[in-house]
Design a protein around this ligand. Structure first.
Ligand SMILES: *Cc1c(COP(=O)(O)O)cnc(C)c1O
Length: 356
C-alpha cells in the first residue's frame, strides 16, 4: 500500500518510566496516527500517517448514531534490541471477523498490518522498556457516511492510535475480586459477543459500574439465555484449574476469542498438561470449589496478560482461590507468555512479529 507520512512539527513529551506508573490506561497517546479511508466502489485507499489529533465528523455520520464501529487491541514491546508485536496476524484476522458481522468491508490483513508496523516504527521512541510496560496499539474502524437511514454505511475510516502503558494492575499480579453477574447479560448466541464491536462495551458498563461500587474489580458474565454457564470477564477470558486441569469456557459465539486465551491453551498443552475448552456451569465451579478441586482462577487478555482471581462472588457464595495468592500454574503461564513477549524466553511458537 502506498503510504504518505507527515511528521509532526510539535513532538510531545514522552513519559519517563516513572511518569508512566502514574498514567491511567489509555489516556496518553503518541505523536502520530494512521488513517485509511474507504469508499464503496473504490475500496480502502489513501493510507497515511499524520500528526495525532482530533478527527472531524459530520454530525449525521451513521456510526455515531447506530454504532457501526469495531476495534482491536494489541501490544508492541521492546524485546532485547528489537521491537516486536505479539501475534498481530491474529488481531487482523479477528478484525475481519468483526467486520463481517457488522457489515463493515474487510481489510487486507497483511497490508494493513504493514501500515500499523510503520506507525509503530515512526513512534518507536515512545515504546517504554521497563518490565510490564508496552505500547498499546488500538486499531479501529468507524462508519462515517452522513445518513440517518439504518443500513450499512458506504464510507468508513480505519484508524490506529498508540498509547504507552505501564502495568495494567498497579499492584502487579495481585489477585482481584470478581462479581458473578446474574442479572444483566453481555451477549447471546447469534448476537455480537464474539466481535469487538463498540456496543458490547457500552452495554456492559452498568453492571461493571454497580460491581465497582460494591468493591469488585470486574464482573464475570454468565450465558445470556440461562445465566448458568460461565462466559468471560470484561475484556478478558477466564480460566480455572480444576482437578489439576486447566479449563476455559468453549467458544460458542457469544464469547470473544482472545489471542491471550489461545496462547494460554497452546502454552499449557506444550507442557503436556490438559487444557480443556468446554461448557462450565457456575454451579459446577461452586461445587468443585467447595470440594477443594477448583484450586486456581485467572483472567487472560492483552491489557493485563494474566490476572489472577482471588475471590469470586456468586450470590451468597464467596469462593476464595489459593488463599488470595497467585497459584503456581497461573504464575508459570504468566512467566512463559510475558517471557516470550519480552524476549527473555525463546519464541518457540513463532509468535513475535518483528517491527524493527
Ligand atoms: C479483547 C477481549 C478479550 C481478550 O482478547 P485478547 O485478544 O486476549 O486481548 C476477551 N474478552 C473480551 C470481551 C474482549 O473484548
Amino acid at each position: 500500500m502506498e503510504m504518505l507520512i507527515e511528521k509532526t512539527t510539535k513532538p510531545k513529551h514522552i513519559p519517563t518510566s516513572d511518569e508512566l506508573g502514574g498514567i491511567t490506561f489509555g489516556t496518553v497517546f503518541t505523536d502520530h496516527m494512521l488513517i485509511i479511508d474507504y469508499i464503496e466502489g473504490k475500496g480502502w485507499h489513501d493510507a497515511r500517517i499524520v500528526p495525532y489529533g482530533p478527527i472531524s465528523l459530520d454530525p449525521a455520520a451513521c456510526g455515531l448514531h447506530y454504532g457501526q464501529l469495531i476495534f482491536e487491541g494489541l501490544k508492541a514491546y521492546k524485546a532485547m534490541d528489537s521491537v516486536v508485536m505479539f501475534r498481530p496476524e491474529q488481531n487482523m484476522a479477528r478484525m475481519n471477523e468483526s467486520c463481517d458481522r457488522m457489515c463493515i468491508p474487510p481489510i487486507n490483513e497483511g497490508e494493513t498490518l504493514e501500515t500499523i508496523a510503520e506507525l509503530v516504527r515512526v513512534d518507536s521512541a515512545w515504546i517504554p522498556s521497563a518490565p510490564g510496560t508496552a505500547l498499546y496499539v488500538r486499531p479501529f474502524i468507524y462508519a462515517n457516511e452522513p445518513i440517518l437511514a439504518v443500513r450499512p454505511s458506504k464510507t468508513f475510516t480505519f484508524a490506529t492510535i498508540l498509547a504507552p502503558v505501564g502495568l495494567y494492575f498497579k499492584g502487579g499480579l495481585v489477585p482481584t475480586k470478581i462479581f458473578v453477574e446474574d442479572n444483566y447479560v453481555r451477549a447471546v448466541r447469534g448476537g455480537t459477543g464474539f466481535t469487538k464491536c463498540a456496543g458490547n462495551y457500552a452495554a456492559a458498563m452498568k453492571s461493571q459500574k454497580e460491581a465497582g461500587e460494591a468493591g469488585y474489580a470486574q464482573v464475570l458474565w454468565l450465558d445470556g439465555a440461562e445465566r448458568k454457564y460461565i462466559e468471560e470477564v470484561g475484556a478478558m477470558n477466564i480460566f480455572f484449574v480444576i482437578d489439576g486441569e486447566v479449563v476455559t469456557p468453549e467458544l460458542n459465539g457469544s464469547i470473544l476469542s482472545g489471542v491471550t486465551r489461545k496462547s494460554v491453551i497452546e502454552v499449557v498443552r506444550s507442557w503436556g498438561m490438559q487444557a480443556r475448552e468446554r461448557a462450565i456451569s457456575i454451579q459446577e465451579l461452586a461445587d468443585a470449589h467447595k470440594e477443594g478441586r477448583a484450586t486456581e482462577a485467572f483472567c487472560a487478555g492483552t491489557a493485563a496478560v494474566i490476572s489472577p482471581i482471588g475471590e469470586l462472588k456468586w450470590r451468597d457464595n464467596v469462593m476464595i482461590f489459593n488463599d488470595r495468592k497467585i497459584g503456581a500454574t497461573t504464575q508459570r503461564i504468566y512467566d512463559e507468555i510475558t517471557g516470550i513477549q519480552t524476549g527473555a524466553v525463546p519464541d518457540k511458537f513463532g509468535w513475535l512479529y518483528k517491527v524493527s
